[in-house]
Structures are given as C-alpha cells and as structure tokens.
Write a protein that binds this ligand. Structure first.
Ligand code: NAD
Length: 367
C-alpha cells in the first residue's frame, strides 16, 4: 500500500499538469480506477541493439512507466529478458501471437523498435489491439505509410508518438528556444550534418532498400532534417539534393552520403547532410545578432553546445527515460505528445522530396 501511494505520488509529480487536470481527464480517470497508483506498462517490440542497449536500461529509470512486456521472435531472448527484467511469461509475445496483446491489461503502450519496413504494420496492429504506440524513427518507409499509421491510431482512438528523444534533451530544448523565439534575431543560416562510418554486417537490414527505405539519409539524415525544422519552428517548402558514393560495392542498394539545401518560407540558408561514411553530428546556427550550436548534437549523451562562443551548462539526462515518461504522462492525461506521428510524417515528407531531387537533379517541392 505504501509503495503504491509513493509511486502514485511520483506519477502525479512527474506529470506537468498536476492533480486537478488529471482528475478532469477521462482516460486518466479510467486508468486510475483500473490501476490505482500504477505505472503504465510498456511492451518493447523487437529486442535488437536499441531496445537492449538503450530503451530497456532507460526503463529502469522511469517514473511513469515500466518495462511490462516484450515481443520477440527469438525464444532464447525471451528467456534472458524475462530473467534480467523480471517479466512474467504472460507478458511475453512473439510475432505470431502479437495481436493477443489486446487482452493484456498490463500493457498500455507498445513501443515499435523494429526495422523500418515493419513500423507501419506493427503500429497499426498495436493500435487495433487498443494500445497506445511509440514508433521508432524513421517513422516508416515513406510519407504515405506515415499517413496510414496516423489515421489508424486516430481511428482506434489511441495516441501515437515517434521516438524523438532529443525533444526532451536540455541543450536541444535551449537551441529550439533560441531559434524559434528569435532570441538573437532572425536565424539566417543553418548548417547541420549527421552520420557515422558504417563498417558493420554487409547483409544487415539497414543496407537493404526494401527494409530500410534508404541508407544514411533515412537513418541519420532524419536528425539533420529535424534539427533544421526545430531550430526554425517552420516547415521547409522545397529541397535540392546531391549524393556521393565512395563504396558502391558496400552501399549497393542505399545512399551513402547525401547533401541537401532546404528552402524555408523565411528564406534562411539551410544546408544539411547525412552519411554512412563520415562521423558527423553537429547543428550550427547563425542568427542576425548571435550564433549558437550543438556538437555533438544528436547522440544519446554527451550533447554539448555553445551560445555566442560560451559553453552551455545543462546536465546530461537519460533522454529515452524522459521521452517515455512524457508519453506515459500524455497517455494518462489523454493529450498529444510533443512528438506525435505528425512530426515523423513531416520529416518523411522532406526525406521523400530529397529522394525525388536525387532522381531529378532539380528542386523538389516538399509535401
Ligand atoms: P536491430 O537490427 O539491432 O534490431 C531490430 C530487431 O528487430 C532485432 O531484434 C530483430 O531480431 C528484430 N526483427 C524482427 N523481425 C525482423 C526481420 N524480419 N528482419 C530483421 N529484424 C527483425 O536494429 P536497431 O538498431 O535496434 O533499430 C531498430 C529501430 O530503432 C530502427 O527503426 C532504428 O532506426 C531505431 N533506432 C533509433 C535510435 C534512436 O536514437 N532513437 C537508435 C537506434 C535505432
């Protein structure tokens, strides 16, 4: 009883609206009655690198949610995870019996951490099973699939969020404020790049167009695209892109390094790049009366920044814990996440336009 009261207090303290707003929310009222003082249960779907290295460890530090279940096609992983994270057998699913999760009251949120080509299917199946959904980036293979995912979640009256952890990261939030509020006047130039030198398994899904949708652009460029969008708080209207391939035998099906220029309504000069062949991770902003930048800008930790040449002094946080706690609070209050499906869709519209521009060699309209 004491534990329940303590965790309920933690839950309420960690939601930003407080008790009166919670009491008004029909969803929270339902949850509160069904599970008084209980953290919301998350099931991770796909127990690969990101789930095992980041999300499951982060879920040991969350206040509003916990690792309640898993979905895996590998029986030995089920055994290991059950032991390591104390997951009951009734909360362990595989890809065949996944839809039975609908009957499991322990699972409130399904977190899709699968290869990109599976995001749409599992997001829609989770929503149909009555679960709220977090889907990893990039949201889907293309913008049209993103639209279908958003529509399916709306139809099922479930919330959808994308795993955009940086929206909860203090240096990044400060950069957004400086850019969007025009603290140093209007932003004039943005220069951003994200990438790493891919030397992994040549047969991995990330190198297959049908499974990943693309290469460095889909995986890493999505951050640079988003960095430009959240610096300005605006949507780009057109893009012109070019690419470079130095290892065509390795990157047979997907892009290696892509460069692009984005046209925004305010006329800012915005250059971005992505790569599977360069170690990049920066976001540099010039405004009329000052400059600010993040480098590293997009990692899990070690985010660092300068404002007019002076270091930012924000703490490093467990980004994924903050992101998942916020979504659980959104579910409890029945309010849209700050990173809803629409945010993933907007990025994918830009990605689609970049691929069109690579084909045409011309400026392409976003949308
Ligand atoms: P991964 O390859 O390590 O894991 C994918 C998991 O999916 C594996 O456990 C694999 O067994 C499972 N799977 C199920 N069906 C599969 C199939 N048909 N083919 C291949 N794998 C199948 O990948 P990852 O690095 O964990 O990435 C998963 C998702 O998470 C991707 O969308 C990726 O972009 C995203 N991600 C996000 C971040 C972030 O910072 N937000 C970081 C890393 C990865």
């Amino acid at each position: 009883m004491t534990n329940q009261n303590t965790s309920r207090r933690n839950f309420i303290r960690n939601t930003s609206l407080g008790l009166s707003a919670l009491a008004l929310s029909p969803v929270f009222a339902k949850l509160a009655m069904a599970k008084p003082g209980k953290k919301l249960g998350i099931a991770l779907v796909g127990l690969g690198y990101y789930s095992s290295g980041q999300l499951a460890p982060a879920l040991q530090h969350t206040n509003n949610c916990y690792l309640a279940g898993i979905v895996t096609g590998t029986p030995s992983k089920a055994v290991d995870w059950a032991k390591k994270y104390n997951i009951p057998e009734k909360n362990i699913y595989n890809y065949q019996n996944f839809d039975e999760i609908a009957k499991n009251p322990d699972i409130d949120i399904v977190y899709v951490v699968l290869p990109v080509f599976m995001h749409k299917e599992y997001t829609i199946r989770a929503a149909k099973a009555g679960k709220h959904v977090i889907c990893e980036k990039p949201m889907a293979l293309n913008a049209k699939d993103c639209e279908e995912m958003i529509a399916a979640c709306k139809k099922a009256n479930r919330l959808l969020s994308i795993g955009y952890r940086l929206h909860f990261e203090p240096h990044t939030m400060e950069l957004m404020r400086l850019g969007q509020k025009q603290v140093f006047g209007k932003v004039t130039t943005i220069d951003t790049g994200n990438g790493f030198t891919y030397n992994g398994d040549p047969n991995a899904w990330r190198l297959k167009k049908a499974m990943a949708g693309g290469g460095g652009l889909m995986d890493m460029g999505i951050y640079s695209i988003q960095g430009s969008r959240y610096t300005l708080g605006q949507e780009p209207i057109a893009v012109k892109a070019s690419q470079e391939k130095t290892r065509p035998d390795f990157f047979k099906e997907v892009d290696e390094t892509v460069y692009w220029e984005l046209k925004f309504p305010g006329g800012q000069k915005v250059n971005g790049k992505s790569s599977y062949n360069h170690d990049w991770g920066y976001l540099k902003v010039q405004a009329e009366k000052g400059s600010f930048q993040l480098e590293p800008a997009y990692g899990y930790g070690g985010i660092d920044g300068l404002i007019n040449g002076k270091p930012m002094t924000y703490p490093q946080i467990i980004q994924q814990a903050a992101q998942m706690d916020d979504f659980a609070a959104c579910v409890a209050r029945n309010v849209q996440s700050r990173v809803p499906g629409e945010e993933g869709l907007k990025d994918m519209r830009v990605v689609d336009a970049i691929y069109r521009s690579l084909d045409s060699g011309k400026w392409e309209t976003v949308g």
